[in-house]
Design a protein around this ligand. Structure first.
Ligand code: AR6
Length: 174
C-alpha cells in the first residue's frame, strides 16, 4: 500500500515527541480532559487551552489545530474520536475520519512529520485490535495523497498497544 512505508510505530510519551505536529485525542468541547489530552495540556501550558477556547469545539471525526505552547512540536492537531458503542454506530468510519482529517490538516500546515496517539482506545473504549488497522490504513492513504509529509509516527503508551500496532503495520506492508 502506497504511503505505508512512511509510517512507523514507537513506544513513548507523545508530549515529548518532536514532530512538526502531534495529534491530540480530544473531546468535542476541546477544553481538555484526562488521558493524552490532559498530558498535552499539562506539558504544553495554558496557551493551548486559550487557543482551543476560540475554536468553538469540534465534531467527532473532525480535527482543528492550535499552536503547541511549550511542547517540542510546532502544532497540536486536536481530533475527536468516537466513543465505542459496540461497533454499529459508525465508529470505524469516524475513527478513519479522524486520521484522514488530521493528515489533511498537517499537510495544510506544511508539516513534514506528524505523530499520533492511539485515538479512542483509552477512555473511549475502542478495542485496539480493531482501531490499529483502521488508524494505520487511513493514515497510509492520507500520506499517499500528501507527498510532502515524510513520516507519520504512532507513539504508543504501552507495550501491549505497541505490539498490536506493530502487528497491524506488518499486515499492511504485506
Ligand atoms: N502519550 C501517548 N499516548 C498516551 C499518553 C501519552 N502521554 N497518555 C495516554 N495515552 P485517551 P480517548 C494513550 O483516553 O480514548 C480524554 O479525557 C492511552 O493509553 O487519552 O480518545 C479526552 O478529553 C490510549 O492508548 O483518549 C476525551 O474526553 C490513547 O492514548 C477522552 O479522553 C488514547 O486514550 C478521549 O478518549
Amino acid at each position: 500500500m502506497q504511503g505505508v512505508h512512511r509510517i512507523e510505530v514507537a513506544l513513548g510519551d507523545i508530549t515529548r515527541h518532536a514532530a512538526d505536529a502531534i495529534v491530540n485525542a480530544a473531546n468535542s468541547s476541546l477544553l481538555g480532559g484526562g488521558g493524552v489530552d490532559g498530558a498535552i495540556h499539562r506539558a504544553g501550558g495554558p496557551s493551548i487551552l486559550e487557543e482551543c477556547r476560540r475554536l468553538g469545539g469540534c465534531a467527532t471525526g473532525d480535527a482543528k489545530a492550535t499552536g503547541a505552547g511549550d511542547l517540542p512540536a510546532r502544532h497540536v492537531i486536536h481530533t475527536v474520536g468516537p466513543v465505542w458503542q459496540g461497533g454499529d454506530a459508525g465508529e470505524e468510519e469516524l475513527l478513519a475520519s479522524c486520521h484522514r482529517r488530521s493528515v489533511e490538516l498537517a499537510a495544510e500546515l506544511g508539516c513534514r512529520t506528524v505523530a499520533f496517539p492511539a485515538i479512542s482506545t483509552g477512555v473511549y473504549g475502542f478495542p485496539v485490535e480493531l482501531a490499529a488497522p483502521i488508524a494505520l490504513r487511513t493514515t497510509a492513504e492520507g500520506l499517499a495523497r500528501h507527498e510532502a509529509i515524510e513520516r507519520a509516527t504512532f507513539v504508543l503508551f504501552s507495550e501491549g498497544h505497541l505490539r498490536v500496532f506493530e502487528h497491524a503495520l506488518a499486515g499492511l506492508r504485506g
